[in-house]
Design a protein around this ligand. Structure first.
Ligand SMILES: N[C@@H](CCC(=O)N[C@@H](CS)C(=O)NCC(=O)O)C(=O)O
Length: 225
């Protein structure tokens, strides 16, 4: 089984199924397809039916789309509690994952994931306030109900879906409650996340479209080292 992923530093969608594979001890390889540089879109178009990553390859099967990959893994490895085992909790976990996939658009556009960076104060809190408010409610309800450290107690696919949000909170020092800050810490403490992070920190590539100084016009594209 192989997962095609984008740059670890920036690729939020790649991080999610990778964390599921790694955390649940599923044997797999990964291959990075860069999200910048000459011809990168052509390479993606050749390797991915959607022209996007992640893509899971399992024998002849080629599965794009993060949620579909996670659901496939849950079907393929039913003994691993990738989703909560309780049917009601599982429904809530899938609802949270679906909300993440379809929503939180302000956070996603104004605060791109950039694991090696630290940019406190560079994202206007007003621009992401509505999303932060919704996060506090959602995470707060689930963490209070489960007792933590993850949304449904143990780590599940729902946490994998929110891991990139945790990194945005840290990178841009977005203001959150102690409960939410504790959840961010729990994501960072996860060995699978630490593994991804360590590899991300060694990547040399810059993707200007995901660099806040370029997006906000402080730095010219192509000049970041
Ligand atoms: N709906 C897709 C989104 C995947 C996606 O947008 N991936 C980004 C990298 S994080 C990508 O491949 N971007 C390349 C492009 O948009 O051309 C999923 O859930 O997997």
């Amino acid at each position: 089984m192989k997962l095609l992923i984008g740059n670890r530093n920036y690729s939020t969608w790649s991080l999610r199924p990778w964390l599921v594979l790694k955390h649940f001890g599923i044997s797999f390889e990964d291959e990075v397809l860069q999200l910048s540089g000459d011809g990168w879109r052509d390479v993606l178009a050749q390797r991915s039916p959607t022209g996007k990553v992640p893509v899971l390859l399992d024998g002849d099967l080629v599965v794009p789309e993060t949620i579909a990959i996670i659901e496939y893994l849950a079907d393929r490895f039913p003994d691993k509690a990738i989703w909560p085992t309780d049917i009601g909790q599982r429904a809530l976990a899938r609802a949270a994952a679906a909300e993440m996939h379809a929503g939180f658009t302000s956070l996603r556009s104004h605060a791109p994931m950039n694991l090696r960076a630290s940019h406190p104060g560079k994202v206007s809190v007003d621009s992401v306030a509505k999303d932060l408010h919704r996060l506090e409610t959602l995470w707060g309800d689930l963490l209070t109900r489960s007792g933590g450290p993850f949304l449904f107690g143990d780590f599940t696919a729902a946490d994998a879906m929110f891991a990139p949000v945790a990194t945005r909170i840290r990178t841009y020092a977005l203001p959150v409650s102690d409960l939410a800050a504790g959840y961010v810490e729990a994501i960072y403490a996860l060995p699978a996340f630490q593994d991804w992070l360590a590899q991300a920190l060694h990547e040399p590539w810059i993707v200007d479209d995901d660099e806040i100084d370029v997006i906000q016009g402080r730095v010219k594209p192509g000049t970041l080292a």
